[in-house]
Design a protein around this ligand. Structure first.
Ligand code: AKG
Length: 335
């Protein structure tokens, strides 16, 4: 196999840190396994499944041996193949001034491959079932055209509740912690230059949209820092952005908007005007869809019981070294 076809093949393959390292450097197996055994990674879990399914695995491992690609190199290949779009432009008049209301938006596609998406969707379905059985602290079932949601890491209200609790983070309510797989996702987002290491999410909301469900126009509460992001699964849908977006009773939207398709496995990062000048909404989805919105709490808004999660501390973006000529949408370490 030539180098190019090897790289193409490794884009399709997800390695396991433990699996690869223990196979390739047996003398270090003990040490490496100890390093990571307490934290099953997305890659670990996935490769276990793939090992059972894929009989060509051994041949492929032999190929890896020959090419001497380390796990880090393989991860770099995946990371540099993420497509990144940051030049969104849509002008609107806001307070008498013409502004690009999409400034600060970024769309990162192909962050999660098909097998990873399946694993995450399975996890969300498992969580949804737990929620339906009353086993989660903060799971809401869809009403009307709304979607089902599950909150992890903190409780928050989108608007002032009937009980009079204001919109934002609820300081005294407890909630389930981030599931481990979601922490693995967060680590990838930082390592792969999707989110900055200065704004590592510590909470999330899972949105489960059945056909016809939507989320109305809103700007995310400022109890959460910028940027924040939304990861899309199961089916593509459009998200609308507009500074004057309003929902009509018919479920249609007025006020003018920019429509952005969100591919599965993509991550939309909201920052700047894209987060704070433009409202965003997801109109009725044509088919079932799942999204996970990851956000970092403003420290002054932390729930009283909250302590930062050790596994989410000190995450470093991968130092990119490879450069792909003529590709404007890749990010390099010099940025
Ligand atoms: O589902 C989406 O893509 C958007 C979700 C969203 O806006 C939110 O969780 O606040």
């Amino acid at each position: 196999m030539d180098n190019n076809s090897f790289i193409r093949q490794s884009e399709l393959e997800i390695g396991s840190e433990v699996y690869l390292l223990s196979k390739r450097i047996p003398s270090q197996e003990q040490e490496v396994t100890l390093d990571v055994s307490h934290m099953m990674t997305l890659e670990d879990e996935l490769s276990e499944e793939e090992d059972q399914k894929d009989s060509s695995r051994e041949a492929f491992d032999a190929c890896l041996e020959n090419h001497k690609l380390s796990r880090e190199q393989r991860e770099h290949i995946r990371a540099i193949n993420v497509k990144r779009k940051r030049d969104f432009v849509y002008f609107e008049k806001v307070n008498g001034e013409i502004v690009n209301i999409l400034d600060g938006l970024e769309l990162h596609t192909e962050v999660f491959n098909a097998a990873e998406q399946n694993m995450i969707v399975d996890k969300v379905c498992e969580l949804q079932e737990k929620g339906q059985k009353g086993e989660l602290k903060r799971a809401f079932t869809a009403r009307g055209k709304g979607r089902s949601t599950i909150q992890f890491g903190c409780c928050f209200n989108y608007r002032t509740s009937k009980a009079g609790n204001p919109a934002g983070i609820l300081k005294h309510e407890t909630v389930d912690p981030l599931p481990h797989l979601f922490k693995v996702i967060i680590r990838r987002l930082v390592k792969w230059h999707v989110l900055p290491p200065t704004c590592v999410p510590d909470c999330c909301v899972v949105n489960i949209y059945d056909e016809g469900d939507c989320i109305p126009p809103h700007i995310d509460n400022h109890d959460f820092l910028r940027p924040f992001c939304t990861v899309s699964f199961l089916s593509e849908c459009n998200i609308l952005f507009g500074s004057n977006l309003k929902v009509k009773e018919t479920g249609e939207y007025t006020g003018g908007s920019y429509s952005l398709p969100l591919p599965v496995g993509s991550v939309l990062v909201l920052n700047g005007n894209g987060a704070d000048v433009a409202k965003h909404c997801v109109p009725e989805v044509p088919t079932k869809r799942i999204s996970i919105t990851f956000r970092k709490m403003d420290e002054s808004k932390w729930p009283v019981w909250f302590t930062p999660e050790p596994y989410l501390q000190g995450i470093q973006p991968l130092p990119y070294e490879l450069k792909s000529p003529g590709s404007s949408d890749h990010v390099w370490s010099s940025e």
